[in-house]
Write a protein that binds this ligand. Structure first.
Ligand SMILES: Cc1cc2nc3c(=O)[nH]c(=O)nc-3n(C[C@H](O)[C@H](O)[C@H](O)COP(=O)(O)O)c2cc1C
Length: 200
């Protein structure tokens, strides 16, 4: 698929068909995700790919699905045949920047921007786009019970599970009420040479 088409088609999908995702397809999605950049090539990003049905149900609980259903929302996480929990390990950056070729660089403890979070987001976006490129759909949401997911999946204490990516073939779903806000116009988002300037 053309890149522009992948970008245009991507949206957060909140319901999935029961069809499973082939292992090879999933492997390609994760291989694309691994291509993400990272500061100093620290590679602090990791992913737990979950296909086991009991684990998926338990992760859905950690996303507060039962409470959401109680509020009248349809099931989302538990309908997805694949869940991916993207994780970030800040220590990977401190270790990397203590290596000889990085000792002259500003240490992560002094960074104004905690780049490990950004790197997690860069990999996450690749994951979302890679699913679309494979004809799949995906969604992203936060964890209501981060420690619950950590225990469930055996994620080490120095690794932070960011959230949950839902993956599968799409079913008709509800669109977010947030979309009514519309996308911010280009002139608000993009500044030309100086903040507030829109001249070429
Ligand atoms: C960090 C993050 C958390 C999100 N959490 C939720 C959520 O809890 N529930 C939900 O319906 N959508 C959630 N979304 C999806 C956003 O609402 C959605 O990305 C936004 O409305 C734009 O729609 P689109 O991604 O389909 O273009 C989340 C998105 C991000 C990036």
């Amino acid at each position: 698929m053309e890149f522009a088409e992948v970008v245009r088609r991507r949206r957060v999908v909140r319901a999935y068909a029961p069809e499973t995702v082939e292992g090879e397809v999933l492997d390609r999605v994760m291989a694309a995700t691994r291509q993400a950049p990272s500061a100093g090539f620290s590679q602090g990003q990791s992913f737990v790919v979950i296909t086991d049905s009991n684990l998926r149900a338990a992760v859905a609980n950690c996303c507060g699905e039962a409470a959401a259903v109680g509020r009248g929302l349809p099931r989302w996480v538990s309908t997805a045949p694949v869940l991916v929990v993207p994780c970030v390990r800040e220590k990977a950056y401190h270790e990397r920047y203590a290596e000889p070729d990085k000792r002259a660089s500003r240490p992560p403890a002094d960074w104004e921007v905690p780049w490990w979070w950004v790197d997690g987001g860069l990999a996450l976006m690749l994951l979302l786009l890679a699913t679309v490129d494979e004809g799949l759909s995906s969604g992203l949401l936060d964890l209501a019970d981060r420690d619950g997911v950590r225990d469930l999946l055996g994620v080490p204490q120095d690794v932070v599970p960011l959230g949950v990516v839902t993956i599968g073939y799409p079913a008709p779903d509800r669109r977010s009420s947030s979309l009514a806000r519309g996308r911010r116009p280009m002139h608000e988002v993009v500044h030309r040479n100086h903040w507030g300037s829109h001249a070429e």
